[in-house]
Design a binder for this molecule. Structure first.
Ligand SMILES: [Zn+2]
Length: 355
């Protein structure tokens, strides 16, 4: 149990039910309670349900558990990305609908190689660029996944487990690590005030000087420490440097586990405990992939910034309430995009919470 206030800013829901057939809406809360989190932030994804469906699930979750934050996702509908989306379903319209429903921010996975490739390998496509402009203007918080660990491009280094998941990118059909990074830097140059939290430390554990540069130029950019175990190898290998880095940049860092329903609560509690001890103690911790990690023992305001204050400052001290009529209109509008199975699961929630 974590002994002080902490927010997990990066979690997912990947199933309707757990092995005991309990619904996500009833039992994901158990993770929060047993980990001792004051709150958490659910991030919608375009998989395994499509994005509109994930948004509906998370909105219902927020109705049932009002202390939960959630970031909604965009549904691209047509791949590769195009300016000619179906009438009234362009990305900016979708974004505005999500904010009206009461999402606390937006999750973009569009920069992960597996998402970027089918979209056409252009993170700065005009349709996305318009979206960034709107979010930048509104000061909307984004959990933004861009790139992946560099070893995922090298078959001799990537874990076979990840190859099985489709995360080997060295076959020539994906942009390279450097190319994606370049696109991200262009994006940030065009939108220097975007309130983006770059997930997984922007996969820059070995090149933190790049982050220093971004922090300098983009006052609203943060990173999260959601594992990615490779970044923790870097933190350990350059312990003194990183201790100083996190102290100096404590306002630019947030915590997340990447836990997902139906993750075992045990796993979630363990992961949160590792993250907490890394920040708040100088313990030698058995960390991700069983490597040793030495805590950086931040205290006072710097510790609180990372544990929860940065998220509250950047998003809101309390989660937004769901606007039920906006949610109802959203479901009525996008229902036809759902699979039969998705609708079968959404319909009872719709009847329970919106009728
Ligand atoms: Zn994630």
């Amino acid at each position: 149990m974590i002994p002080e206030k902490i927010i997990d800013t990066h979690l997912h829901i990947e199933a309707w039910k757990n092995e005991e057939y309990d619904s996500f809406i009833d039992c994901f809360e158990g993770h929060r309670e047993q980990s001792g989190l004051s709150s958490f932030n659910l991030c919608a994804l375009p998989t395994p349900m499509r994005a509109v469906c994930q948004n509906m699930m998370m909105a219902f979750y927020k109705i049932a558990h009002e202390n939960s934050f959630a970031h909604g996702a965009l549904d691209h509908i047509i791949w590769p990305i195009t300016e000619n989306m179906p009438e009234g379903m362009d990305l900016v319209t979708q974004y505005k609908e999500l904010m009206e429903i009461g999402f606390d921010g937006i999750k973009l996975i569009e920069g992960k190689p597996t998402a970027l490739k089918p979209l056409g390998n252009n993170l700065n496509h005009i349709a996305l660029d318009r979206l960034y402009s709107e979010m930048e203007k509104d000061g909307t918080h984004i959990v933004f996944h861009i790139n992946d660990p560099e070893e995922f491009w090298d078959i001799s280094k990537v874990d076979p487990e990840f190859v099985k998941r489709g995360w080997f990118y060295g076959d020539g059909t994906y942009l390279t690590y450097k190319e994606i990074q370049e696109q991200a830097l262009t994006l940030l140059k065009n939108h220097p005030n975007l309130k983006a939290t770059l997930a997984h430390f922007f996969f820059c554990g070995e090149t933190p000087e790049l982050l220093e540069e971004i922090f300098e130029k983009c006052p609203e950019v943060c990173v999260d420490l959601t594992p990615g175990c490779e970044m923790y190898h870097s933190f350990e290998a350059h312990h003194d440097y990183y201790k100083e880095f996190f102290k100096r940049h404590s306002k630019r860092v947030m915590l997340g586990t990447d836990g997902s329903f139906p993750w075992q609560t045990k796993g979630h509690v363990w992961c949160m405990d590792v993250l907490y001890r890394f920040i708040a103690t100088n313990d030698k911790i058995m960390a991700f992939d069983d490597s040793i990690l030495t805590g950086i023992a931040l205290d006072g305001e710097e510790k609180k910034d990372i544990l929860y204050k940065n998220f509250e400052r950047r998003v809101s001290p309390t989660p937004k309430q769901i606007n039920k009529s906006a949610l109802k209109a959203y479901i009525d509008k996008y229902k036809s995009l759902l699979s039969d199975e998705e609708w079968l699961n959404i319909e009872p929630l719709y009847s329970k919470y919106l009728k």
